[in-house]
Structures are given as C-alpha cells and as structure tokens.
Design a protein around this ligand. Structure first.
Ligand code: 6PG
Length: 271
C-alpha cells in the first residue's frame, strides 16, 4: 500500500492534504480508541446530514466495534446524532438467524439500536436466516434503492455510503471478504454470498464495489494480536487477493485507520 500518513490531534472532517494515502490515528489504548472512534462517527454523521440531509452508515461486525457502539448509545454521543436521518447498513453478516449470538445484527441491536431513537425502517439488516444467495440479492436491491445505480454497464452506486466502518481479521480479511475466495475480487455485484471453509460457515458481504464508492471508510483495529497483520496490510506489498483489507481503496473517498498502540506496535514507520 502507499505510505500511511501518521497523524495526531483532533479529527478533521475532510481528508488531510495527502488524502489519497491511507491516514492513521493511533490511540493510547482500546478505551481511547473507542472514545475517538465514537467522536469520529458523530462528526462525520453530522457533516453528512448538514450537507446532504442524511447519513448512510455501514457498520462492522466482530468484537472491536462493540465498545464504540456502546458509546454511541449513551450521552453525550447519543444526543449529538440526528437518528431519524441516519440509515444503518451492515458491511457483512454471518448466515445465522437474527437472534443467534453470532449475528452481527444481534450484536448491533444489543449494543446500540435498542438504546437509541432510530426508526426501525432506517435499519437495513442482511437477512442471515435466508438462503445466502437470496439474502445477497435482496440486500443488493436494498442498496440500489438507497444509492441508485449510475446507469452504466458497470452498475456502480450513484452515491456511496457516507461512512463505512470495517474491522481487520488476523488473516487480513475485512467484512466477509476472505483471502483466496472470490468475493474480494468481485467487480460487478455489490453484495456476495460465500462459503468460508475455515469457518465452516456461509457469509454475506458487501464487495469492494460498494466499499470503494464510499465517501469515507474507517478501519478499526485494536489489540496486539492485530499488530503483525496491520503492519503487513499497511506496509507490505500489495496483494489484495491474499489480504482483502488492501482491496478497500475508495475511488474518491477518504481511507482512515484508527488503531490502538498495541495494534500499531508492529509498524516499522513508527520505530
Ligand atoms: C465479522 C466481521 C469481520 C470482523 C473481523 C475483525 O462479521 O466478523 O465483520 O470482518 O470485522 O473479523 O473482528 P474482531 O473485531 O472481532 O477482531
């Protein structure tokens, strides 16, 4: 990947001048990361709503975002979001029913949604209980309604997500784009269903077509267990089929990485 820009200080809404490089902010620990990420989401949501009247926010699954969503559910962050103007999407889903503890929707419902005044119609979950290919096709339709298509043969979203949150797996996966499988290489469909052998599970994921049309993409990475992979993804050679997180490079949007010190401890540029 191109050289990341290391920066500190307060969050800026627009990309820094080096906008086309990934931009990294490092927090002392996971608590500070959670507070900083909540602030980041609130600010970008307010910005999108002020400019365009709504904010489309695609959420990450996994454990890292839990404390971030929990913060958004309480004051002062909760009171700073115009919930009826927020449209909540999911970057990926495990193919399980919405009450299954493995469901990303269930995690978001418990940590965030049930505590805030968001209209149910503004929450667009991936139907993990459905046949995976059907769930993907249905979600593609949901996204087309929200974003419109650009009418070209490439079928791109006419407008992108205002903010996509993503996690990073120890193998370099992000959302449910896994190394060596096909969804990461998708250039046409916006949503893909894929069986992930190492998890023995079907997943449904937004594809790079959607992620790379976003105005903002922010990765959230915490803990020393992610140090090696964060270093490889940010500072190693480009091999997006092996490291799907590298396939996320918004065409015109801003790519940011928020990490804590343990996760960033392997970065050579910081030594
Ligand atoms: C999921 C995810 C996935 C996740 C990473 C990191 O459904 O599991 O969306 O891509 O973000 O695996 O997960 P952790 O935050 O739990 O490390």
């Amino acid at each position: 990947m191109s050289e990341p820009v290391y920066t500190g200080g307060t969050a800026s809404l627009d990309c820094p001048p080096q906008a086309r490089s990934p931009w990294l902010r490092i927090y002392d620990d996971d608590e500070a990361l959670a507070g900083g990420a909540a602030e980041h989401i609130v600010e970008l949501a307010a910005e999108a709503i002020a400019r365009r009247g709504r904010c489309t926010l695609a959420l990450a699954g996994g454990d890292t975002p839990r404390p971030i969503y929990a913060r958004l559910a309480v004051s002062p962050w909760r009171d700073r979001i115009d919930w009826p103007r927020l449209q909540i999407l999911f970057g990926d889903e495990r193919c399980v029913p919405p009450d299954d503890p493995r469901s990303n929707y269930a995690m978001v419902r418990e940590t965030l949604l049930k505590h805030v005044p968001i209209p149910p119609a503004n929450v667009h979950r991936i139907r993990g209980e459905t046949v995976p290919a059907r769930a993907a096709a249905d979600y593609q339709h949901v996204l087309e309604q929200l974003f419109g298509t650009d009418g070209t043969a490439h079928n791109r979203p006419r407008t992108g997500c205002d903010l996509v949150l993503l996690g990073l797996g120890k193998d370099g996966h992000t959302a449910s784009l896994f190394p060596g499988l096909s969804a990461v290489a998708e250039t046409r469909r916006w949503v893909a269903a894929e069986y992930v052998p190492k998890l023995n599970m079907w997943r449904v994921s937004l594809t790079p077509v959607v992620f790379n049309a976003a105005r903002n993409v922010t990765f959230l990475v915490a803990g020393v267990a992610k140090a090696d992979i964060l270093q490889t993804v940010l500072e190693g050679p480009e091999q997006p089929r092996r490291l799907p997180a590298q396939a996320v490079k918004p065409d015109d949007g801003c790519l940011r990485w928020l990490a804590d010190v343990p996760a960033a401890s392997g970065l050579r540029s910081l030594r």
